[in-house]
Write a protein that binds this ligand. Structure first.
Ligand code: 5GP
Ligand code: ZN
Length: 219
């Protein structure tokens, strides 16, 4: 089934090029999502055979395993942030200020920090995954991609249907354990950045996401 296709990356990561597999080690494989829903969209695949076929909510009940996954997502978040810096660093006002300060003669005692791109990465899982192998999404916040084609694509990353990795372990009575899939995915659209509502007007949302993307890069 197409729902099993992430299994190939876990089984034989070495057979894929660097444009597909970002890195792999004994416990994890990091890949590029084939249908990215943001300008940068990676997936972290744990290789633990006892976990890879079970629901993330159940897999993350194992505290030791959860810690391992959280630690690895911190590594991948840093890597993704570096990628954003390479892609958009030149556009960013904060980075420009830092460069200007660096090249001033004499340079100021205190350099501006520069932008922390890690704040622009979100990490988490879907309450109802469509792919069978355990995977954690690591993506830039922009939700700007030509592959974002359906309303459920946007809402699956922009409502409680998306559960941030930091929120685990989930409390026993956490409502997200019992997702009203229909409810979350069919919600009215809300811009991730400015909070503006778009009802169910997807084309309008998409246009707005492009505007927000341009401004977000230049922040
Ligand atoms: P889910 O909705 O299950 O949390 O997300 C599964 C993700 O896997 C989606 O973002 C989808 O684009 C991605 N995906 C589906 N099939 C493939 C594939 O064959 N290769 C890769 N690299 N990603 C895939
Ligand atoms: Zn907005």
């Amino acid at each position: 089934s197409v729902r099993d296709e992430l299994g190939a990356y876990i089984a034989k990561p070495e057979t894929f090029g660097p444009d597909v597999v970002v890195y792999h080690n004994d416990d994890f494989v990091a890949i590029h999502d084939m249908f990215p829903k943001s300008s940068l969209h990676l997936l972290l695949l744990p290789r633990d055979q006892t976990k890879t076929r079970i629901h993330p909510f159940d897999a993350f009940e194992d505290a030791e395993f959860l810690t391992k996954v959280k630690t690895e997502t911190r590594t991948l978040r840093k890597l993704a942030a570096g990628e954003l810096r390479r892609k958009y660093g030149k556009d960013s006002a904060q980075e420009q200020a830092r460069q200007a300060a660096l090249s001033a003669d004499p340079p100021p005692d205190e350099l501006p920090q520069g932008r922390n791109w890690e704040d622009d990465i979100v990490v988490g899982v879907h309450a109802v995954p469509s792919m069978n192998h355990l995977h954690v999404h690591v993506l830039s916040v922009d939700r700007y991609s030509e592959r974002l084609k359906h309303r459920k694509h946007y809402n699956s990353f922009s409502t409680p249907f998306f559960v941030p990795i930091e929120d685990f372990p989930l409390a026993e009575d956490d409502v997200r354990r019992y997702p009203t899939e229909e409810g979350y995915l069919k919600r009215d659209f809300t811009c991730w950045r400015c909070g503006r509502g778009f009802g169910n007007r997807f084309a309008e949302l998409k246009q707005h996401l492009e505007q927000e993307f341009k401004e977000w890069k230049k922040l």
